[in-house]
Design a protein around this ligand. Structure first.
Ligand code: FAD
Ligand code: NAP
Ligand code: SF4
Length: 675
């Protein structure tokens, strides 16, 4: 408490008290659609046991046409209400409070039945919405009211009415999507009529002692978005209509400015919420890239909000608040903002989880319980795969020895953290260090393990990672040809003009590293805003800077190449690939696909195109950096197998293709629960 007085202070809402200032923001996990209500309940109950003051569920559709996709979950039948009672009951039993988010997607609904203020198709959906008539609008309001009443019947402590991120209610607010000339369009009074009416009617239906959160878009980040004055006007009207709390939404889904990815500076948008403070009498919540208690505490202490919303950080560590209360912030598994197992899964139609915590949304499946027979276990390799195994196995009571030939733990995470915009990886490695030090693991660094070292253990886990692939290009032995390890790990100097061979995750990262000046924009909010064109909604509607993005000049001329004849970066993360591509574009990185690498000589890198090796040319560069993928480092596993010793092989050592830290950690954790 002494450490985080603002964060851990209760919040009195009059008819009920929240035990601290942490709201778990709404996330679509896909759990509700599994219909395994025990599993859904356990996911939320684990966060309630972790002392989150108020949980907001994933968005529930108020109607078929308002669902994010056909078949999206909602409270439509008596059975639905009974199912949700399992969730609310379990959360209450755990001492928590839970509100249900009502999410009407409007034109973002992936369905030909979608509806909106006007028939303006969204750039991120193939379906033009139907324009609602007066009767249609009344039905939507009714649907919100019914959903609110059913949420109360299902035992929820409240609802969150989703009015931001470019969803239905937001679509009525701005002229970008509302072209109406009736009482629901035109003047701002008319455009805000629908959200205000929804709040008013929902309040009327459930009486005063039920939490109604209104999620309000504080900065739309789209053309013709709301001005700050309009935001304030709406907030006041929503308060008047009966909202208990105002939560913050940042940016529409179609905005071309990143808002939550790891390269976005921490707490990048709390200044926007701060502008609303003092304008309304009800509590205001701020959000986005708040991932550690000290960040949340600073945000509250500086008066940016009355409460903070964290969503992904509570996937990464359900005990976030409990650890903050205990003064053990260093033990909080950090959300690194990667989106790899949460949003990328959601948008890929997969169940949500978390890169650093594979138990997220799998609480009933991955249980770390004491081992029946404690064993002596050797884990070779302290990259993410080995670390995940070692920690979970030690937690189960096994006697674990963790080896690495390097002088520090983390494996390739130590290379990833060198990339501008990936600073959060430092925190992940620090967290592993803290957790290993606090465990019973015997850590042997600087130890290159050979097969003989392993024969006395009950179980052996090989997590020796990968080695860079040899692309076999004539001339690659020349001194100006470097590998990504030379550049990122060994910090070899690189000239002003560079060709990067291979456009996978590492090729993109190396290009960012080379194109960016020494300082990282992620560490400098004002410069990051200039680079991406974020302005103040008080001076420019929607918060788009008048001059647009103003990228800082690149540090080098970078040419990024691949052999595949397709757009570069197609295999990058579903929700972050566009950011990497846009970031390199802003640094004038030239992208070339469909190339053959012929040779490297005094004239530079010789390439040609297509199967017929057409259009040969030499690219004059100071350096060539090879990022041509990786192969499994199985030499130790192979020697053991040849000697008839059965070892568990995980992470990159198991399979290098499409390897990432998510798979490495998941595989390591799942192995540990079976040992
Ligand atoms: P590694 O991390 O390679 O660890 C293997 C460990 O084994 C090493 O520490 C090594 O020293 C040790 N070792 C090997 N042989 C021996 C031996 N004989 N004795 C003792 N120790 C030994 N992944 C993501 O998910 N997201 C990202 O954003 C991301 N960005 C990346 C950026 C870069 C620049 C790089 C290089 C990688 C990135 N990755 C990312 C990939 C991710 O880091 C790897 O997939 C992951 O680290 C693989 O884990 P691992 O444990 O299998 O192997
Ligand atoms: P990768 O994604 O497999 O990319 C390898 C690149 O090398 C491809 O562009 C490939 O393209 C090229 N290549 C393959 N064989 C080649 C050869 N013989 N000669 C020349 N080029 C060749 O691997 P990576 O970039 O090394 O990344 C390793 C892993 O780390 C990836 O699986 C990735 O998931 C992970 N990672 C993730 C992130 C992230 O942000 N999520 C970031 C970095 C790394 P062509 O075959 O078309 O030439
Ligand atoms: Fe955070 Fe990445 Fe986990 Fe998502 S997958 S919660 S962004 S660490």
């Amino acid at each position: 408490m002494a450490q985080y007085p603002h964060l851990l202070a209760p919040l009195n809402l009059g008819f009920t008290v929240l035990k601290n200032r942490v709201l778990m923001g709404s996330m679509h996990t896909g759990l509700e659609e599994t219909k395994d209500w025990h599993r859904v309940a356990e996911f939320y109950a684990e966060r309630a046991r972790g002392n989150v003051a108020l949980i907001v569920t994933g968005g529930m559709a108020p109607s078929k046409e308002g669902g994010v996709f056909p078949g999206a979950a909602g409270l439509f039948t008596k059975q639905d209400i009974a199912d949700h009672q399992i969730v609310t009951g379990r959360v209450h039993q755990a001492g928590g409070k839970i509100a249900m988010q009502i999410l009407h997607a409007g034109r973002y609904a992936y369905s030909p039945e979608c509806v909106s203020a006007s028939p303006v198709k969204s750039p991120i959906s193939p379906f033009p919405p139907k324009e609602l008539d007066e009767e249609g609008i009344e039905k939507q309001i009714q649907d919100f009211v019914i959903a609110t009443e059913r949420a109360r019947d299902a035992g929820y402590d409240g609802v969150e009415i989703m009015g931001s991120e470019g969803y239905f209610l937001n679509q009525f607010l701005v002229t970008h999507t509302n072209k109406r000339e009736d009482r629901w369009g035109g003047s701002y009074e008319n455009r805000m009529r629908l959200p205000v009416e929804v709040v008013r009617r929902c309040r009327e239906a459930v009486g005063p002692e039920f939490i109604i959160i209104y999620r309000l878009s504080m900065i739309d980040l789209i053309p013709n978005g709301s001005t700050h004055d309009e935001v304030v006007q709406l907030a006041k009207a929503v308060e008047q209509a009966g909202a208990t709390i105002i939560n913050t939404g940042i940016g529409w889904h179609e905005a071309r400015i990143p808002t939550i990815a790891t390269s976005v500076p921490r707490r990048a948008f709390t200044w926007v919420t701060k502008k609303l403070m003092g304008q309304v009498g009800i509590p205001v919540i701020t959000s986005n890239r708040i991932n550690m208690p000290e960040v949340a505490e600073a945000v509250l202490a500086e008066g940016c909000a009355n409460m903070v919303s964290m969503a992904r950080p509570l996937l990464a560590d359900p005990e976030f608040v409990t650890k903050a209360i205990a003064g053990q912030a260093k033990r909080i598994a950090p959300c690194i903002g990667c989106n790899q197992a949460c949003l990328d899964h959601t948008f890929g139609g997969k169940l949500t989880s978390c890169l650093v915590n594979p138990r997220a949304c799998h609480e009933t499946e991955i249980a770390i319980t004491p081992a029946d027979t404690p064993k002596s276990i050797a884990v070779v390799g302290a990259g993410p795969a080995g670390l995940a195994t070692a920690l979970a196995a030690a937690q189960r009571g096994h006697k674990v020895t963790l080896f690495d030939r390097a002088e520090n733990i983390g494996g390739q995470l130590n290379i990833a953290k060198q990339i501008p915009g990936k600073e959060e990886f430092w925190g992940l490695v620090d967290w592993y260090e803290t957790m290993v030090a606090a465990s019973s693991i015997s850590l042997k660094l600087g130890t290159n393990v050979i097969a003989d070292d392993l024969i006395n253990f009950d179980e052996v886990v090989i997590a020796t990672g990968v080695i860079p692939r040899d692309p076999g290009i004539p001339g690659q032995e020349r001194p100006e040809v470097l590998s990504y390890l030379d550049v990122l790990r060994d910090k070899k100097s690189v000239g002003k003009k560079v060709a990067v061979i291979g456009a996978g995750g590492i090729g993109f990262d190396v290009s960012e590293f080379l194109a960016h000046p020494n300082s990282s924009l992620t560490e400098d909010l004002s410069q990051w805003m200039v680079e991406w064109g974020v302005g103040d909604p008080a001076t420019t509607p929607g918060g788009l800077a008048e001059k647009g993005p103003q990228p800082h000049p690149p540090a080098r001329d970078v040419i990024l190449l691949q052999r595949k004849a397709q757009a570069l970066g197609k295999g990058l993360g579903k929700t972050t690939g566009w950011i990497h591509r846009a970031a390199l574009k802003m640094k004038n990185v030239q992208m070339m696909g469909g190339v053959n690498y012929e040779k490297i000589d005094d004239n530079g890198l010789h390439i040609s195109f297509g199967e017929a090796h057409e259009n040969p040319q030499a690219i004059a560069v100071d350096n060539v950096v090879i990022c041509a993928g990786q192969t499994a480092n199985r030499s130790l596993a192979k020697t053991l197998a040849e000697r008839g010793f059965i070892a568990h092989v995980i992470g990159g050592a198991d399979l290098a293709a499409e390897l990432d830290a998510k798979r490495a950690i998941d595989q390591g954790t799942r192995l540990a629960i079976k040992l």
